[in-house]
Design a protein around this ligand. Sequence first.
Ligand SMILES: Cc1ncc(COP(=O)(O)O)c(C=O)c1O
Length: 296
Amino acid sequence: MTTGDFSDRDGLIWMDGEIVPWRDAKIHVLTHGLHYASSVFEGERAYNGNIFLCQEHSERFIHSADLIDMKMPYTAQELNDAKYALLKANNLTDAYIRPVAWRGSEQLGISAQETKTHVAIACWEWPSYFGDEAREKGISLQVAKWHAPMPNTATTASKAAGLYATHTMSKHTAEANGYTDALMLDYRGLVAECTGANIFMVKDGKIKTPNPDCFLDGLTRQTVIKLAEDNNIAVDICQIEPDELLSADEIFVTGTAAEVTAVGKIGDMTFEVGPITRQLRDAYESLVRQKKAVAA
Ligand SMILES: Cc1ncc(COP(=O)(O)O)c(C=O)c1O
């Protein structure tokens, strides 16, 4: 559930080292992160009290900040401890977790040398990103007019807030046209990713997925590639032309929020929720529930 007023909920938020009531987790309007998108975030899930790939998410969070020249004031271990403390304080075992870091209001202008990096972590129950119907029928995608940028024009390997402006516009257009999400091509016109998930195609029993050279190399993507290989399903990381995607037997997307979700339609072309998608979805669902806690 991501609708409703997110400033007006019950619960607790971790903010700059303290756990505060949800409604008190506020920042000033003259905050650098708000004006100049000097902000990075993470999206994680806890299953049965264990945060899946907790350490990897913390490391990516720090790396994202590093890529936009923003120093993260906490170590991965401190972030891990904060996430587990917050889950406990909120009495949640199955939750979506949203860490966010931003430059504060200590200086306002392009230069941000005097700003501090602030960090907050929120968590809430969020069972399914695309809804239960997507599980059986798959989601629908419309090709976006916005493309993933060239790697030397944006910090494409980071989860930097500024990169998501085109994702939101693309998703809005897709939704206005009756689709679930947008499929984004890259600067060369090749298949890139969806607005918050990576994409895979299945053809003749083999999997293909684009090389993440100008978009996020999702942790779920990496996990699903390993799961496929463990199940003797070949995975080819390669360039995919949009037309080739339309000839696929199955298509699915992966992401922490989306997990493994079938694609039922791209434009006017329809696809079955096929056996490899189901197999990997089930394997992913059991893996995330097996993992042991990394932090206390
Ligand atoms: C743009 C984008 N691509 C891909 C992903 C999938 O990444 P992950 O599997 O690490 O959640 C996400 C979600 O974080 C995303 O926002």
